[in-house]
Design a protein around this ligand. Structure first.
Ligand SMILES: *Cc1c(COP(=O)(O)O)cnc(C)c1O
Length: 340
């Protein structure tokens, strides 16, 4: 498969906007090329549009060549970009699972691309055959999320592999929660499958949601074209600098603690009368079923705790999604739920 054949025609021949700083490399002392304010305050210069130094750091941490890395302003950016790169509005369509992360559908709607949803089974398991059945010759993308939000479970690897093998389009696997799971990332499959795009983020396990840093790992043809379509200065100076520093600080201990707390909650929650079902989780949140979700949600709010009400989403009837907090926060949650 040649992924370039899947690009929209306007994208195939796209000449990227070239920034003032693209035209030279090396050290220059006097910058009179970009109409910046010359007085240094730490922010007066434009950021590196290619995030070269940050990309090398991420490459070393993830053990993935820099040419396969696209750095984004959160995960929303690559989600939107794949529609703009691969999907002709009102001609192509996209297949995804349900329930899942809402942004895939929002991006389909803003790009005027048909979005086809295939329900996971009652245990949120993926049936690749059903997704392939929902696809046709106009299907360009399949969106997966593993561990899946809001259900929390990893998708079966054999089913994912079947989609990568049999689907003649792009398979996107959103791994926002992979660091909490006992599974290896599908980035190990990138060499084998040029049609695979893996999304990760620094918003969850790395604890940097406020900085807005997302990652897409893909075939160099795809990461290169993403770089051409994006806004030139998508990652600001402060984010590039602070992320660079934060990447030096491993999160292993914190992640272990969060996973331990999740396991504690998975053991404690089923014994609470108001909880009817606890779905197994490979992420940093747990989906639970209760009899009167809105009622439980409102009571928790009165007690100063906000959880996510997912009860109106097809497949999540009666369900609340609870993020794993600190041990103290989790104890308080259990205390209140026990009192209901
Ligand atoms: C939280 C989350 C993200 C991360 O979004 P950012 O824009 O990177 O903060 C991506 N995908 C899923 C499924 C998520 O739940």
């Amino acid at each position: 498969m040649n992924v370039k054949d899947l690009f929209r025609n306007n994208i195939k021949n796209l000449a990227p906007y070239s920034t003032a700083r693209d035209e030279y490399t090396g050290d220059i002392g006097i910058y009179l090329d970009a109409n910046e304010n010359p007085y240094d305050n730490g922010y007066n210069r434009y950021p590196d549009p290619h995030q070269k130094s940050l990309k090398e750091k991420i490459s070393a941490i993830k053990n993935i060549p820099a040419e396969k890395i696209f750095i984004s302003n959160g995960s929303d950016e690559p989600i939107d970009l794949v529609y703009r790169i691969f999907c002709e509005p009102r001609i192509h369509n996209v297949v995804s699972i349900a329930p899942t992360y809402g942004m895939y559908k929002v991006a389909a709607q803003t790009n005027d691309v048909e979005f086809r949803e295939v329900m996971l089974d009652e245990n949120f398991r993926l049936d690749s055959g059903k997704l392939l059945d929902a696809a046709d010759e106009h299907t360009r993308l399949i969106f997966l999320c593993s561990p899946n939000n809001p259900s929390g479970n990893l998708l079966e690897k054999s089913e994912v592999l079947e989609l990568l093998e049999k689907f003649n389009g792009i398979v996107i696997i959103d791994e926002a929660y992979i660091d909490f799971a006992e599974a290896e990332s599908t980035t190990t499959l990138l060499d084998q499958y040029p049609n695979l795009i893996v999304l990760q983020t620094l918003s969850k396990a790395w604890g940097l949601a406020g900085l807005r840093l997302g990652l897409a790992f893909a075939h160099p043809d795809v990461s290169t074209v993403m770089g051409r379509v994006k806004y030139p200065y998508n990652i600001n100076v402060v984010t590039q600098k602070i992320v660079s520093q934060e990447l030096e600080v491993p999160r292993d201990t914190q992640i272990k603690e969060i996973v331990t707390e999740r396991r504690n909650l998975e053991e404690t929650l089923p014994a609470i009368p108001v909880i009817k079902k606890v779905y197994p989780s490979d992420a940093n949140f747990i989906l639970v079923k209760v009899d009167e979700p809105r009622n439980v949600y409102e009571i928790l709010i009165e007690e100063g705790i906000i959880v996510r009400d997912r009860s109106k989403i097809p497949g999540c009837e009666g369900c609340l999604r609870i993020t794993v907090g600190t041990p103290e926060e989790n104890r308080r949650l259990i205390e209140i739920l026990n009192g209901l």
